[in-house]
Design a protein around this ligand. Structure first.
Ligand SMILES: Nc1ncnc2c1ncn2[C@@H]1O[C@H](COP(=O)(O)OP(=O)(O)OP(=O)(O)O)[C@@H](O)[C@H]1O
Ligand SMILES: [Mg+2]
Length: 242
């Protein structure tokens, strides 16, 4: 279990959203919370993710003694599909017509955690401190994506397309093993054209050009069906040293 301390105002929104999620496999599970009114602080207890975050994974792969070791493409597709499943769930509740869409608005490698899994680590989207429910209004809502900020942050209101950008941002940094989005927005020559296309469709500067979050999973399944997943290029995700 992990504890984070947040201001009560932020915590109320975060807790409200996390309790709403009821444990989708690719979103972090809330274990407990404590609001300490007199101090204006709250503690949020979440499941502990033994593999750390995608940011930690990038560090492990980029700082190997013999030079950077890029991540095997088959796992990148798994991560991509799980991220797509997580945002589709946030945005649609998996098809629940009474669902109030949730926007994460702060998807970046340090907010995407990893738990041990059968075919490499599994994705857990975490840190709902910037998240917003659409009915409460998102126009002008503040995001904190720093190096990963989408262009619309400065020009338009944000929407589900902002989380699609966040997924693309996480994927391109996992491909490039860098802590920022490269200027050319390229996944690099080590990966297939299909992966390059899928990432590109998430990272169009103009939000209207990006793939719709409701269609992303289907698009990824279609694209990866044509990719050779048996290649031994790159290495499986490197686990943390215990
Ligand atoms: N539940 C968890 N299980 C395992 N590691 C975690 C967990 N929550 C956070 N971490 C670790 O803490 C690191 C920092 O996370 P944190 O959300 O505090 O900072 P940040 O995302 O870099 O910044 P911020 O969220 O304030 O913008 C993560 O990269 C990860 O290594
Ligand atoms: Mg964070």
């Amino acid at each position: 279990m992990t504890i984070s301390f947040v201001l009560t105002g932020v915590a109320r929104g975060e807790l409200n959203i996390m309790s709403h999620l009821r444990g989708h496999t690719n979103t972090i599970r809330l274990c407990d919370s404590m609001i300490r009114e007199p101090f204006g602080l709250a503690s949020v207890f979440t499941e502990y993710c033994h593999w750390g975050s995608c940011s930690d994974l990038i560090d492990r792969h980029s700082t190997q003694p013999g030079g950077a070791l890029h991540i095997r493409e088959s796992w990148l597709w798994q991560a991509f599909k799980q991220l797509a499943a997580a945002i589709n769930y946030l945005h649609t509740g998996g098809g629940d017509s009474s669902w109030a869409p949730i926007l994460h608005l702060d998807l970046k490698p340090s907010n995407v955690l990893l738990t041990p899994g059968f075919a490499g680590p599994n994705i857990k989207v975490a840190d709902f401190g910037s998240a917003s429910c659409i009915p409460r209004g998102i126009i002008g809502s503040q995001t904190f994506m720093g190096h990963y900020a989408p262009p619309e942050r400065y020009f338009y209101s944000q929407g589900t397309f902002t989380d699609v950008w966040g997924v693309g941002a996480v994927m391109i940094t996992l491909c490039q093993l860098k802590h920022r989005i490269p200027r050319a927005k390229s996944v690099g020559w080590k990966y297939s054209g299909a992966l390059a296309d899928a990432v590109k469709w998430c990272l169009y500067d103009h939000h209207a050009m990006r793939v719709d979050s409701r269609n992303l999973s289907r698009l990824l399944n279609g694209l990866c069906a044509h990719v050779n997943m048996n290649t031994t290029e790159g290495v499986p995700p490197i686990p943390p040293i215990c």
